[in-house]
Design a protein around this ligand. Structure first.
Ligand code: MF3
Ligand code: CO
Ligand code: CO
Length: 279
């Protein structure tokens, strides 16, 4: 989400019951993004991807929280290559080798789950080593941030871990957007920065639920908005990658809520919940 200067600071804690509902909604949005990767083919439009997601929401009894959000016209966001976030589904055709990021957020039984999944059209072999590296570094950065989402840590420990990993790999973290608390609303307090310094902000507690969603660029961190008022692109035209998970902070540590049903595990360790990835 966009950085907001005057966000309400109240962090709403969720009960185990509420987290249980969010876990179910998390499986719905996770299924959507994985289905989009599976069905994406060269020549499809980003609107075709949006239609697949909309149908899956309807089938699952979920409702897009993007559609109508400040007038947003799509059911999901699809950002391709140098597009960083909030690409509006339309007549753009995806082609072999494109880096596609699908950001899918939906309300299910009154609670929101929000996830972003990146893939290359045609699979990893359809792109370059550099882009595969961007995908892996950004994915690992998200996981390192999630590992910090545990009781007793401070809020900015999440972003510090993300930024450290990205910088160590010679890439940059976009600073114009933040992750966010998530619950009955898609965007709740706190704003979750994807950069350091760590050791600041509220102490994390069990029951907090957050969407953590770093955008990582191969070149400069600078972004600009397109005329459509939504799509953010890199200023240098280099590629950007984005991954997002909705995470519940539990007494045992972070639990990723936006994993597909097949990866359901007993452990709360983020590392052990990382689904097999092809990049
Ligand atoms: N899911 C996005 C996020 O991660 C928000 C999408 S709202 C939209 O916060 F209007 F841009 F679609
Ligand atoms: Co999102
Ligand atoms: Co989000």
């Amino acid at each position: 989400m966009h950085l907001k200067p005057n966000a309400d600071n109240t962090i709403i804690l969720k009960s185990a019951y509420e987290i249980g509902i969010m876990r179910e909604g998390g499986k719905v949005v996770a299924a959507v993004v994985h289905e989009l990767e599976r069905r994406a083919e060269p020549g499809m439009t980003t609107r075709d991807l949006d239609a697949i997601a909309a149908q899956m929401f309807a089938d699952a009894g979920a409702e897009s929280t993007a559609l109508g959000y400040f007038g947003y016209p799509g059911s999901i966001c699809v950002s391709v290559n140098e597009e960083v976030v909030h690409g509006i589904p339309g007549l753009k055709r995806i082609k072999r080798g494109d880096l596609v990021k699908c950001d899918v957020a939906a309300k299910y039984r009154g609670y929101v789950a929000d996830t972003t999944h990146a893939f290359v059209v045609g699979g990893p072999e359809a792109t370059t080593e550099e882009v595969r590296s961007l995908m892996i570094v950004s994915r690992d950065a998200l996981m390192k941030g999630i590992e910090q989402a545990r009781p007793g840590n401070r809020l900015t420990d999440i972003g510090a871990a993300i930024e450290d990993h990205v910088r160590a790999n010679g890439m940059s973290v976009v600073r114009d957007f933040v992750g966010h608390g998530v619950g009955r609303s898609m965007h709740e307090a706190p704003q979750v920065y994807h950069y350091g310094p760590g050791g600041r902000g509220p102490v994390l507690r069990a029951g907090m639920c957050m969407a953590i969603e770093p955008q990582v660029n191969l070149g400069s961190a600078q972004v600009r908005m397109l005329e459509d008022g939504w799509t953010a692109v890199t200023v240098d035209g280099k590629l950007s990658c984005h991954w997002e998970h909705t995470v519940a902070i539990t007494a045992n540590g972070p639990e990723i809520l936006t994993l597909p049903a097949s990866t359901n595990g007993a452990s709360y360790s983020a590392a052990s919940q990382q689904p097999a990835r092809s990049y």
